[in-house]
Design a protein around this ligand. Structure first.
Ligand SMILES: *Cc1c(COP(=O)(O)O)cnc(C)c1O
Length: 434
């Protein structure tokens, strides 16, 4: 459930609202393209996810570390931090964002296959809860750095349980031929090696097998393997107090059967972990934020070509929302004001960017729109703004957060001067400009 609904506007015509604010009002005030997020939806999704886990797994210590990369806006992180969320981060920038948004260091997990020395120094000195080590060379570098700093960071070994899952090859991370983590047998050796080091303290094992997972069985298989690994490590005489099961639960995008509910996910985990005494961590991203956001765009014009194809050309492009181009992802696209009664027609919905790939949907049935009409991309809260770029020298779309009857611009659109201000002409060129 989310808080984007059709309700009558001032003239009685139904239109799409976010909580108590009309999306058309935001588009007029802030301009398009613009991302709009719903506080009530963010809160609801986090609470549903947490309640599912705490009810199915009573008495366990559970850290829910929101995967910042899904939507790193400070106001979004802060909304979740206020409910007690931790943060799963994959760069120094994300750790800094989590801290700035009020996530305490002891609830921050640092993941990623290529953490630089500088990033490890920053994570250790910030006192993050757990560094998820993805390889032996990383463990070695981490131990040297921690020793130099005189600190003993708590680490988990990221395991690749060799289970393929996820909605698309480009978001599947748990198969053995991806770059993520170490194999189960390697994890056993690495954990023992880390336990013998004075500079790090291994406390757990971690996995994350993919994203937009719509079927629980690969996850269940992976989690069984993780449980066996914990038991093996313990029988090797090693202490293992934490199991990080990653993120990956899918969000409904309304083009296929809905993914499993958090309740089913939690029940599966309870089944797998029965009788195993261990603290748990989760790293959900998409399932929390995807349906808490929309991207609003305006129709530049409708191009009905003589060969019969009809293009709805929008002022949002692949630089604003990359998922359809990158992952063939489906987003429901609809006029903000539907209900002119005209039957849907097939359109190619495209952006203005000079790339063939700048297409959001092909032959998509949609109620006809005209130049100037607003459309909304639904389920755009995850991996939308976070993947956007200034390709074609297009300013980053601003972001707006709604709460009840109010809204605030939480990232403003940069000016063209700001976009150019970071670039510096070399002396030999700037002299010529005088
Ligand atoms: C991307 C990522 C997540 C979040 O994935 P979702 O599918 O958005 O839940 C969690 N953990 C790690 C390590 C990730 O890379």
């Amino acid at each position: 459930m989310n808080h984007f609904e059709d309700r009558p506007g001032p003239s009685g015509v139904p239109e799409l609202w976010c909580e108590g604010v009309r999306l058309s009002e935001i588009a007029e005030a802030v301009g398009t393209p613009v991302y709009v997020y719903s506080t009530a939806t963010l809160e609801r999704h986090f609470q549903v996810f947490r309640t599912a886990l705490t009810s199915a797994l009573p008495g366990r210590r559970i850290l829910i570390a929101y995967a910042v990369k899904a939507n790193p806006n400070l106001a979004v992180i802060r909304t979740l931090a206020a409910l007690g969320a931790g943060a799963d981060t994959v760069s120094e920038g994300e750790i800094r964002r989590a801290l700035a948004a009020g996530v305490p260091a002891e609830r921050i997990v640092f993941s990623g296959v290529g953490k630089t020395d500088e990033e490890l120094v920053f994570a250790i000195t910030s006192g993050v809860a757990e560094i998820n080590v993805e390889s032996e060379p990383e463990l070695e570098r981490l131990a040297i750095i921690a020793d130099r700093l005189g600190r003993v960071p708590e680490i988990a070994i990221r395991v690749n349980p060799d289970v393929g899952a996820g909605g698309h090859v480009k978001i599947s991370t748990g198969a053995s031929d991806t770059k993520f983590g170490v194999s189960l047998s390697e994890a056993r050796r690495l954990y023992a090696r880390a336990a013998g080091m004075k500079a790090v303290r291994p406390v757990g094992v971690a996995c994350h097998i993919g994203s937009q997972i719509s079927d629980l069985s690969p996850m269940e298989a992976a989690f069984h393997r993780m449980r066996e690994l914990v038991e093996q490590l313990r029988s090797d005489g090693l202490s293992v107090s934490r199991l990080d099961l990653g993120g990956g639960l899918g969000a409904p995008y309304h083009n296929s059967p809905d993914p499993p509910l958090p309740e089913a996910y939690a029940a599966m985990i309870e089944r797998v972990l029965q009788g195993l005494d261990i603290d748990l961590a989760f790293e959900p991203g998409r399932v929390i934020v995807a349906n808490a956001g929309v991207l609003l765009a305006r129709t530049v014009h409708v191009h009905r070509r003589s060969d019969g194809r009809a293009f709805v050309v929008l002022d949002a492009g692949m630089n604003d929302l990359l998922r359809p181009t990158l992952y063939d992802a489906f987003h429901q696209v609809r006029p903000v004001r539907e209900g002119n009664g005209a039957p849907p027609e097939p359109f190619d919905i495209v952006g203005p960017v000079c790339e063939t790939g700048d297409i959001f949907a092909k032959d998509r049935a949609m109620a006809p729109v005209s130049s100037g009409d607003l459309v909304a991309f639904l389920s755009a809260g995850a991996y939308g703004a976070s993947m956007s770029s200034e390709y074609n020298a297009r300013p980053l779309a601003p972001e707006v957060l709604v709460k009840g009857d109010s809204y605030a611009v939480v990232r403003r659109r940069p000016t063209y001067e700001e976009m150019m201000a970071r670039e510096i002409l070399p002396d030999w060129q700037s002299q010529n400009l005088d």
